[in-house]
Design a binder for this molecule. Structure first.
Ligand code: NDP
Ligand code: 8X3
Length: 243
């Protein structure tokens, strides 16, 4: 298979790229940090594309040069901040919408015509448990991931009658660079998120994505939520300060 992975310079994307490469598949690893892509190419021999998924023209240009993609892993994304909605930085909201929503739909729209033409293909989107469950401060990030879930489902209807598949994977907390990005480089704050627990790992996600992609071609996993056994839901907040 030829697999295109967005956000392959770190975390899930890098592990997913390596998982497919190790199984003998052809991988195009994409991301903005060229030094990391170069290192991955040197280590594994994979193809690379320097790509900012927010850049619509660049996305369409890349996929005009890769017309034979079997699996697109629509993984590039980020969370910024955990402030309440009324205090958040509007620039952070813009960046999350531009990356997590627009980046995902640009890549899907650019790759789909060739998948339909070849009657073959699979878009695996990386949503989040935060798209299903609210928690304080996840306001726009969680909402972008709810969009990704619904987009992954909706395109299935448009693809009905073809063999092209669409899946949304919805992980809970995973120990990657995610929290360092969320807290704008504050590594000690990020480390506290994973301290004293065992979160999901990037390799857990790679295993899941690989399994979903290699099921028999008539099987479409629509959505799959996974969490570490060490993560669960909280009780509802009840305000007990009511006069
Ligand atoms: P990392 O921060 O470790 O990796 C994020 C990747 O996304 C990097 O390779 C980064 O590459 C890339 N990326 C970010 N912005 C852009 C952009 N504009 N264009 C291209 N690539 C971009 O985080 P994760 O691996 O954890 O996150 C991967 C996905 O998984 C994200 O969509 C995230 O929302 C989701 N997720 C993460 C969870 C977690 O707890 N870790 C849980 C659930 C979902 P570069 O900076 O080089 O461009
Ligand atoms: C992030 C997942 O559970 O940390 O997408 O909010 S969680």
């Amino acid at each position: 298979m030829k697999v295109f992975v967005t956000g392959a310079t770190a975390g899930f994307g890098e592990a997913i790229a390596k998982r497919f490469i190790n199984e003998g598949h052809s991988v195009v690893a994409a991301g903005r940090r060229k030094d990391r892509l170069d290192a991955l190419a040197k280590e594994t021999g994979c193809d690379i594309e320097v790509l900012d998924v927010k850049d619509k023209d660049a996305v369409f240009d890349v996929f005009s040069r890769h017309t034979d993609i079997d699996v697109l892993v629509n993984n590039a994304g980020l969370a910024l901040g955990l402030e309440p909605a009324q205090e958040t930085d509007i620039e952070d909201w813009d960046r999350m919408v531009d990356t997590n929503i627009k980046g995902v739909i640009y890549c899907a729209r650019a790759v789909l015509p060739n998948m339909v033409e070849r009657n073959k293909g699979h878009i695996i989107s990386i949503g989040s448990a935060a798209g299903n469950w609210p928690y304080p401060g996840v306001n726009v990030y969680g909402s972008t991931k709810a969009f990704v879930q619904q987009f992954a489902r909706n395109i299935r209807n448009d693809l009905f009658g073809t063999k092209v598949r669409s899946t949304n994977i919805e992980p809970g907390m995973a120990d990657t660079e995610f929290s360092t990005i969320r807290f704008k480089g504050d590594k000690s704050k990020a480390d506290k998120v994973y301290a004293g627990t065992q979160a999901l790992t990037a390799e857990d996600l790679a295993e899941t994505v690989y399994w979903v992609a290699t099921l028999p071609e008539h099987v479409n996993v629509n959505t799959m939520e996974l969490m570490s056994v060490n993560q669960s839901w909280s009780p509802f907040h009840i305000n007990r300060d009511v006069e």
